[in-house]
Design a binder for this molecule. Structure first.
Ligand SMILES: N[C@@H](CCC(=O)N[C@@H](CS)C(=O)NCC(=O)O)C(=O)O
Length: 285
């Protein structure tokens, strides 16, 4: 399987692999990692087909295509999203996982419109000091992700297909924040406000990145979305798919002093790319 030097004219089909759920239609896709790649494909208008894999089958998929393991897990394991790229003979000429690695490849193959727009560094580089940098964004998203974990993860088992639910509940019990092997369904604090209060604090800090948002310029870098917007929109989608009530409360944190909700505006602007779907095909050899 050639890894380097892939060109667009070699590509006959891109197949996007997402995680199965029991939700239907545009709601079927829910993962904060897979939705990012979906957004890249949709924003760049890259033709693709898609297939869904249930959690317990991800491992066999990874083995079949000899995908590198995701070392963030202990022990390392195969994860989604993944893509398979086929040539005109239907042969898989590239198989890869990891949302950022996939997005970088897609950006190289389909550079227009570009998605890596944010400058890297911490410093504010714009004249008015409002430029969002990649590091600044990640420094704000990470704690929000951590603080929201015990709110969103308990909502996930109920949206999974039955086999995936069993797998997920058993597997994630090992990560019980109290170390008691509890099902993730039980991870929420006894008083939900104990989870929400710190989460809202982090969300408000994130929402400050949109302080200069306008109707025509609702994204982190202004009027054009970038990869970090996709990270944030996918994160919000995770909450939405798990629980509409959680989503509504999360979005409330985006209310600015002038009454404009910058997170609502942002998410609405991202929705076409969150909800766009390729033709669903069976996973074949
Ligand atoms: N850094 C990876 C993370 C991917 C990841 O952790 N995916 C999870 C689902 S959201 C997964 O596939 N887990 C498989 C499992 O737990 O067995 C990426 O961005 O693609």
């Amino acid at each position: 399987m050639p890894m380097e030097g892939l060109t667009r004219d070699q590509i006959d089909q891109i197949q996007f692999l997402d995680i199965e759920s029991r939700l239907q239609g545009v709601d079927r896709s829910w993962s904060p990692n897979t939705v990012r790649v979906r957004m890249v494909l949709n924003y760049k208008k890259i033709p693709y087909v898609e297939s869904y894999i249930s959690y317990p089958d991800i491992r066999a998929f990874g083995e079949k295509y000899d995908l590198p393991l995701n070392t963030n897990y202990d022990p390392p394991r195969s994860t989604l999203p993944a893509i398979l790229i086929r040539d005109k003979q239907g042969k898989v000429i590239k198989a890869m996982l990891d949302s950022r690695t996939i997005s970088e490849l897609l950006d190289k193959l389909y550079p227009d419109p570009p998605i890596f727009l944010l400058p890297m560094g911490d410093e504010d580089t714009s004249k008015d000091g409002t430029t969002v940098t990649m590091r600044r964004f990640v420094r704000l998203l990470s704690p929000a992700w951590g603080a929201g974990h015990n709110i969103v993860v308990p909502s996930i088992p109920s949206i999974l297909d039955p086999r995936a639910k069993v797998y997920f509940v058993e597997d994630r019990a090992k990560d019980d924040p109290l170390g008691q092997n509890r099902s993730p369904e039980d991870w929420g604090a006894e008083n939900p406000e104990d989870d929400w209060e710190p989460f809202i604090k982090e969300l408000k800090a994130l929402a400050e990145l949109f302080v200069h948002s306008t109707e025509s310029s609702p994204f982190l870098a202004g009027d054009k979305p970038c990869y970090e917007d996709f990270m944030l929109a996918a994160f919000i989608t995770w909450f939405k798919r798990g629980s509409e009530a959680n989503f509504k409360r999360l979005i409330q944190a985006g209310e600015r002093d002038d009454g404009v909700n910058v997170l609502k505006r942002f998410y609405e602007a991202c929705r076409p790319w969150v909800e766009g779907h390729g033709e669903v095909v069976e996973l074949k050899d």
